[in-house]
Write a protein that binds this ligand. Structure first.
Ligand SMILES: Cc1cc2nc3c(=O)[nH]c(=O)nc-3n(C[C@H](O)[C@H](O)[C@H](O)COP(=O)(O)OP(=O)(O)OC[C@H]3O[C@@H](n4cnc5c(N)ncnc54)[C@H](O)[C@@H]3O)c2cc1C
Length: 388
C-alpha cells in the first residue's frame, strides 16, 4: 500500500529538495539499472516502481489529491535532473506522464476513480497508440476507425511503433470517428484494455536486437462507449493538451551522459588525449554539449517562472538529438575495429558498449517530432519564413 506523502516539497528550498531527492536515488536505486543504454523492461524495473510508489514518489507531476507529489514546475525540473544525473531508467511511464494528466483534465469522474489509482500503483501500464504506417509526422491522416454500434465502438486498423506495447495492459488510442470531417476534426481519444478480443500485438526487433516497440492490430474490437475521453471527434484537442515538460525533457543535456563518460574514460585509458585530432573532436563535442546545457537551462528558467514554452523550444530538441548522434559517432570511431562489435567489452580496462548508444541515438531525430518537422516549425513560427 502506498504512503500518501504529507510533505509539502514545494515549501522546501531548491537545494533542500535536491539533496533529499539525490540521497533517495543514491541509496535506493538499483546499481545494476544505472545508465542503461536502452529502454528498461517492466519486469526489470517493477521493484523500483514499487519503491517509488511506497515512498509516494511515483507520480511527481500529479497533484496531491490524486496521490502525486504535487511538484511545481521548478521542483519537477530538479526531480528530473536528479533522475538523469544518477542514471535512473525511464520506466513505462506513459500513464504517469500522459494518461494521468489527460484524465485529470478531460476524464469523467468514473474514469478518474478507476484509472488513476491503478496507473499509480502500476497495476495498469499504458502505451501510446498514435502512429500508423501512413500517419507519423502527418498524424492527423490516421485511419484506424471506431464506429459506434449501440453502447460500443467497433475499432479496426493498425498502430505501429507502439513503445513497450507488449509490457502494457492498456493503450490510449487516437481513432477516426468521422470520415467526412476534415482531418483533425474527426478524431477521438479512447482508452482500451489490451486483453480485449481482436487485438494482436507483434513486437518489432530494432537494429540493436531489442524488442522495444510493436505493431498493434485491431480487428473488430468492441470497446465500451465509456472508454471515450473528452467529446466525440475532439480527440485531437485532448492529445495536443500535453506539451511543456515533454518538449523540455527531451532536450535534457543528461541524456548523452553514458556515451560521454565512456568516451572520456576510453580516451584516457588509450592515451588519446595526446592525439591532437582526437582532442579537437572531443573538445568540439564537449562544447556542443555545453551549448546544449546553456540552452536547456534557459528553458528551465522559463518553466520555473511559470511561462509557457514557445515554438522556439524546437531548437532544443534539434540540438540535443543531433549532438547526441555526433557524440555516439565519435564513440564508435574511437573504438576502431572494436567499435563495431556488439555488446559490452573491456577495452584498456574500461567496460564499454559502443554500438548500443550509437543505435539508440539514431531514431532520436525521428521520435517526438523529427528534426525536419522541428525545422519547419522554427521556419514558420519563429523565423516567419515563407513556406515552400
Ligand atoms: C524509438 C521510437 C519510439 C516510438 N514510440 C511511439 C509510441 O510509443 N507511440 C506512437 O504512437 N508512435 C511512436 N513512435 C513513432 C513516431 O512518433 C514516428 O516515427 C514519427 O512521428 C515519424 O513518423 P514516421 O516514422 O511515419 O515518419 P514519416 O512521417 O514518414 O517521416 C519520414 C521522414 O520524412 C520527413 N518528413 C515528413 N514530413 C515532412 C515534412 N512535412 N517536411 C519535411 N520533412 C518531412 C521526416 O522528418 C522523416 O525524416 C516512435 C518512434 C520511434 C523511432
Amino acid at each position: 500500500m502506498a504512503t500518501l506523502d504529507a510533505t509539502d516539497y514545494n515549501a522546501l528550498t531548491n537545494d533542500e529538495f535536491r539533496r533529499e531527492v539525490r540521497s533517495f536515488f543514491e541509496s535506493r536505486y538499483p546499481e545494476a539499472l544505472r545508465y542503461l543504454p536502452r529502454r528498461v523492461r517492466i519486469r526489470e524495473i517493477r521493484d523500483w516502481w514499487n519503491t517509488l510508489y511506497e515512498k509516494g514518489w511515483i507520480a511527481p507531476n500529479w497533484p496531491r489529491e490524486w496521490g502525486g507529489m504535487g511538484l511545481d514546475a521548478g521542483k519537477m525540473v530538479i526531480f528530473l535532473e536528479e533522475m538523469e544525473r544518477h542514471g535512473v531508467a525511464r520506466a513505462a511511464d506513459q500513464g504517469i506522464t500522459q494518461v494521468g494528466p489527460i484524465l485529470m483534465r478531460y476524464g469523467t469522474g468514473a474514469q478518474k476513480e478507476y484509472y488513476l489509482p491503478r496507473t499509480r500503483s502500476g497495476e495498469i501500464i499504458w502505451c501510446q497508440g498514435y502512429s500508423e504506417p501512413n500517419a507519423g509526422s502527418d498524424l492527423a491522416s490516421l485511419q484506424t476507425s471506431a464506429v459506434l454500434d449501440g453502447d460500443h465502438f467497433i475499432v479496426n486498423g493498425q498502430k505501429i511503433w507502439t513503445t513497450l506495447a507488449h509490457d502494457s495492459t492498456h493503450i490510449y488510442l487516437l481513432v477516426r470517428t468521422d470520415r467526412e470531417a476534415k482531418k483533425q476534426k474527426g478524431i477521438s481519444f479512447l482508452l482500451v484494455d489490451l486483453t480485449t478480443p481482436g487485438i494482436t500485438i507483434r513486437p518489432i526487433r530494432n537494429i540493436a536486437g531489442h524488442e522495444e516497440f510493436c505493431h498493434v492490430f485491431f480487428d473488430n474490437v468492441r470497446v465500451s462507449k465509456d472508454a471515450l475521453v473528452g467529446k466525440l471527434n475532439e480527440g485531437w484537442t485532448v492529445a495536443k493538451a500535453l506539451l511543456g515538460f515533454e518538449r523540455l525533457n527531451i532536450g535534457s543535456p543528461r541524456r548523452p551522459q553514458y556515451a560521454l563518460m565512456r568516451l572520456e574514460m576510453l580516451g584516457r585509458a588509450k592515451g588519446l588525449f595526446d592525439d591532437a585530432g582526437f582532442v579537437d573532436r572531443f573538445t568540439q563535442i564537449k562544447l556542443d554539449l555545453e551549448d546544449l546545457a546553456s540552452l536547456y537551462a534557459r528553458y528551465v528558467e522559463q518553466v520555473k517562472r511559470g511561462e509557457p514554452l514557445g515554438h522556439d523550444v524546437s531548437s532544443l530538441k534539434i540540438w540535443a538529438m543531433e549532438a547526441w548522434q555526433r557524440l555516439t559517432d565519435l564513440l564508435v570511431e574511437t573504438g576502431a575495429e572494436d567499435g563495431v562489435i556488439e555488446g559490452a567489452q573491456e577495452i584498456a580496462g574500461v567496460e564499454i558498449d559502443f554500438l548500443t548508444p550509437f543505435y539508440y541515438a539514431r531514431p532520436a531525430t525521428i521520435y517526438g517530432g523529427s528534426s525536419e518537422i522541428q525545422r519547419n516549425i522554427l521556419s514558420k513560427y519563429v523565423l516567419d519564413l515563407p513556406s515552400q
